[in-house]
Design a protein around this ligand. Structure first.
Ligand SMILES: CC(C)(COP(=O)(O)OP(=O)(O)OC[C@H]1O[C@@H](n2cnc3c(N)ncnc32)[C@H](O)[C@@H]1OP(=O)(O)O)[C@@H](O)C(=O)NCCC(=O)NCCS
Length: 329
């Protein structure tokens, strides 16, 4: 097991107040039912941003809470790494908007795009910056306004996603606790199973794009499901190998919250019983890269992650990308 270099000092989260239940889809003319959504995904409700609530505002709010709890002043942050698939603007990064909102005057700031695996990619990047001596204190945020990129007329996707943000302060470890292992992979051959076809530099936004709604999320749900189970299981194995641990050493598994059936399959593969798995997909839906930091913050709040806990985080997302991490608290 490697000596931890970077440790989670504190976490925070922020989600819109507006709750949209499965029953609420009827009011916007979507032909679906609570039973269909709940049976296939485990989702009961999700948060939806109001006008004016942005990826930057939610991310800054989550980051501010994490900094306050960590006793870190904005001026002490060396780098802000923001994971998002829903940048507020295409240029510049949303991370710089968060940097400005927080007054983190000494911080470098940049976005990472790895969809639902993005927060673990961001944590691994921040750990590397700490390991190399470039940074001592990092603010690692996952913030997503998925409601802005789903097609609200496509019942096979719009029922699955939600908005929110989570964050942590990651600092050079002086305690021997912190990140024990990290793993990341990708397979871009499968990009078109979950993507936004247009609206980027290849086919810039236009009246035609708007008409076709090809700037919004498209997903081959069944295919994604199969790959998610396989890749999250692999990611869990690699994280355990890297830390020289087995499933029985894990006090809590916090998987990406996309679908309770994917979560159950991942836990089963690693020999981890569901009482050691954190699930909040029922209350948030899939908040993409915000899902793990939101869940970690809730798990700490509920006392499910304590001093000495060994926690495994596992994610999968568009790209495809997949990633994992084991942290000792
Ligand atoms: C999306 C998902 C819930 C669909 O479940 P499924 O059991 O695979 O269902 P299917 O896609 O085969 O659809 C079955 C039927 O339900 C219908 N359907 C789709 N969305 C529906 C909805 N919201 N309400 C009611 N019916 C719906 C389909 O039209 C289809 O009808 P048909 O058989 O008459 O054509 C599931 O595939 C899934 O969770 N995939 C992974 C998605 C994911 O997690 N993505 C993010 C990864 S980070």
């Amino acid at each position: 097991m490697k000596r931890p270099v970077a440790a989670v000092v504190a976490t925070g989260r922020s989600a819109p107040d507006t709750v949209m239940t499965n029953h609420d889809f009827a009011s916007i003319g979507i032909e679906t039912s609570h039973e269909w959504i709940f049976e296939r995904s485990g989702i009961v409700e999700r948060r939806v941003a109001k006008k004016g609530e942005t990826t930057a505002s939610m991310g800054a709010a989550a980051g501010r809470i994490a900094m306050e709890r960590a006793g870190v002043q904005p001026g002490e942050v060396d780098v802000i790494v923001l994971s998002t698939a829903t940048a507020d603007r295409l240029l510049p990064s949303t991370a710089v908007d968060i940097q400005a909102k927080l007054g983190a005057t000494r911080a470098a700031a940049f976005d990472i795009s790895a969809a639902c695996s993005g927060w673990l990619y961001s944590m691994t990047t921040a750990e590397g910056l700490i390991m190399s001596g470039v940074a001592e204190t990092a603010l690692v945020i996952g913030s997503e306004k998925m409601s802005a990129i789903v097609d609200w007329t496509d019942r096979s996707t719009c029922v699955l996603f939600g908005d929110g943000a989570g964050a942590c302060v990651l600092k050079r470890s002086k305690t021997g606790k912190g990140i024990l292992s990290a793993f990341m992979r990708s397979d871009g051959k499968l990009a078109e199973l979950l993507y936004r076809p247009d609206g980027g530099a290849t086919t810039p936004f236009s009246a035609e794009v708007l008409e076709k709604k090809s700037h919004l999320v498209r997903m081959a749900g069944r295919e994604v499901f199969k790959h998610a189970v396989r890749s999250m299981s692999e990611a869990a194995d690699r994280a355990l190998d890297g830390a020289k641990l087995t499933g029985s050493d894990i006090d809590l598994l916090i998987p990406h919250q996309a679908n309770v059936r994917i979560i159950e399959a991942t836990a089963k593969h690693s020999g981890i019983s569901m009482d050691k798995v954190f699930v909040n997909v029922d209350r948030y839906g899939n908040t993409s890269s915000a899902s793990i930091p939101i869940a970690l913050d809730e798990a700490i709040e509920q006392g499910r992650v304590k001093e000495g806990s060994t926690v495994m985080l596992v994610a999968f997302g568009a790209g495809f990308t997949w990633a994992s991490m084991i942290i000792r608290f």
